[in-house]
Ligand binder design. Structure first.
Ligand SMILES: [Zn+2]
Length: 148
């Protein structure tokens, strides 16, 4: 038996440091970015769907490390990953730099890092728990309807 571990990062081009999340970013943060860009593109949904289809084809489960703000900006994307039986991992709240690349100084305190990580974890857990409940409801309905 062969074992294969696959992880996928779910992040978008606006997560790179030159766009958001660093001292030299064009936009202060992800929210400022979306004020100008929301609805103008979607480079994340279709490529993720293709990856999910490929994983289905080979009957492979993967872990998807998701930047939590994806939940807000791509409402059905994380749900579609969970629905297909994959594990969700946390890839931070906004993919922000924690250390200044030039000065090597911290860009946030330990407390702020912990708060952001906890917020990200909670955002992702809400989607996963909601999907778990929906999946259970679907299973119960199927069992109920097959017994009747
Ligand atoms: Zn990343």
């Amino acid at each position: 038996m062969n074992t294969l571990s696959i992880t996928v990062d779910i992040e978008d081009w606006y997560h790179i440091p030159s766009v958001t999340g660093s001292p030299f970013s064009v936009y202060k943060d992800v929210n400022e970015f979306f004020k100008g860009w929301k609805g103008r593109y979607d480079y994340l949904t279709e490529p993720t769907k293709r990856v999910l289809d490929m994983l289905d084809e080979f009957d492979i489960n993967a872990t998807f490390f998701v930047v939590a703000d994806v939940v807000e900006h791509y409402p059905r994307l994380v749900e579609s990953i969970v629905e297909r039986g994959h594990e969700i991992g946390c890839h931070g709240l906004h993919h922000a730099c924690k250390i200044d690349p030039k000065t090597k100084e911290p860009l946030m305190s330990v407390k702020e890092f912990e708060e952001r990580t906890l917020e990200a974890k909670e955002m992702l857990e809400r989607v996963c728990k909601q999907m778990f409940k929906l999946t259970n409801a679907a299973i119960h309905k199927k069992i109920f309807s097959s017994n009747s």
